[in-house]
Write a protein that binds this ligand. Structure first.
Ligand code: APR
Length: 334
């Protein structure tokens, strides 16, 4: 999965580069800066002394020394005042400059802390949004695996409103296993109608098509595999394969496996990630899931959160992952 939000201590991450939320002196400090210097040892400070400091929004790279990471990219985030002093642009620059440095260094895996969201006071949810927006934009153009490392759960929250909204939606829809079974079996039968219905929607503009041709296409589509439906939908949406799998936060290798094997059965999160990437309706999503051998279930919070976003037409996979993470669910993507 090209972008992952993980809970960890960044000094433990075995990646090509970890990013340090440093200060302009680059001579160490508290927070993640202090943790990285302690774990890396004296060699890191000695190299930092040779760098001559770093401007806010800029980034510089050193070795990793005793860290499991090969490199440390030191960047200096803005001190948050009120959001009206160019803080967002400087924070975006921290991520952009760090990613560019990592790319130039040939790094394939990079881990970021939430820059400026500690001592420098940047509101955590806004800091996370900036990180996700800049990193996901970079990943549309470059092959790299990037981790956003959240140190402590308390330090991580999606906006209160969104959290409450989703929690209410789960309460309204979440049912325990046995009462859901009957609904599940009805839903399993119903989607066939719904999927024919969606075929209806797909072909309503082809008025002149004969009944036989129309039926023939419908039968073919009911029997098509997950992979065939995925490729058909990519064509129908007029997007490229790369646009589809990058938006789904799926790596290229997994996509080519699915593309080359019409009987490939993806995991449920992967199937859903593609449905989100293609911005399918709930019926089409259930149809695609069924072709991979799954169904959305009301006794599964992950599924209900997915349903929450699709029913609101919000297909931003990174926002969906933020919400899944906040509710301790696995994330979308490979
Ligand atoms: N691993 C991952 N994240 C961590 C770790 C860790 N070991 N320790 C702290 N964090 C998180 C914090 O929870 C926060 O969300 O890193 C984020 C950034 O917090 P700070 O380290 O305080 O960095 P910042 O807000 O950018 O302030 C930078 O603090 O430490 C000093 O020298 C540093 O002056 C600079 C200022």
């Amino acid at each position: 999965m090209p972008l992952e939000i993980v809970r960890n201590d960044i000094t433990k991450m075995k990646v090509d580069a970890i990013v340090n939320a440093a200060n302009r002196s680059l001579l160490g400090g508290g927070g993640v800066d202090g943790a990285i210097h302690r774990a890396a040892g004296a060699g890191l400070l000695a190299e930092c002394r040779t760098l001559g400091g770093c401007k806010t929004g800029e980034a510089k790279i050193t070795g990793g020394y005793n860290l499991p990471a090969k490199h440390v990219i030191h960047t200096v985030g803005p001190i948050y005042e009120d959001g009206k002093h160019g803080e967002k642009a400087l924070l975006e620059s921290c991520y952009r400059k760090s990613l560019t440095l990592a790319k130039e260094q040939g790094c394939e895996t990079v881990a970021f802390p939430l820059i400026s969201s500690g001592v420098y006071g940047y509101p955590k949810d806004q800091a996370l949004k900036v990180a996700i927006d800049v990193i996901s934009g970079f990943l549309l153009e470059h092959e790299m695996t990037v981790y956003i490392v959240i140190f402590d759960k308390a330090a991580y929250r999606i906006s209160e409103k969104l959290f409450t909204d989703i929690a209410e939606y789960i309460d309204d829809n979440y049912v325990n296993e046995h009462t859901d079974y009957r609904r599940e079996s009805i839903r399993m039968r119903a989607p066939r109608q719904a999927s024919i219905g969606s075929f209806e929607a797909d072909f309503c503009e082809c008025k002149e098509m004969s009944v036989e041709d129309d039926l023939d296409i419908r039968i073919k589509q009911i029997d098509e595999s997950f992979s065939q439906m995925l490729l058909r939908k990519i064509d129908e949406k007029g997007i490229t394969d790369a646009q589809c799998y990058k938006k789904a936060n799926i790596d290229r290798k997994l996509f080519s496996k699915i593309r080359s094997d019409i009987h490939y059965k993806p995991s449920k999160p992967t199937a859903i990630a593609f449905a989100i990437s293609l911005e399918l309706s709930l019926e089409e999503t259930e149809d695609m899931l069924r072709k991979a051998g799954f169904a959305l279930s009301r006794s599964n919070k992950f599924d209900i959160i997915i349903e929450y976003f699709i029913s609101r037409g919000n297909y931003n996979i990174f926002e969906i992952n933020e919400a899944l993470f906040a509710f301790d669910q696995s994330l979308l993507g490979a």
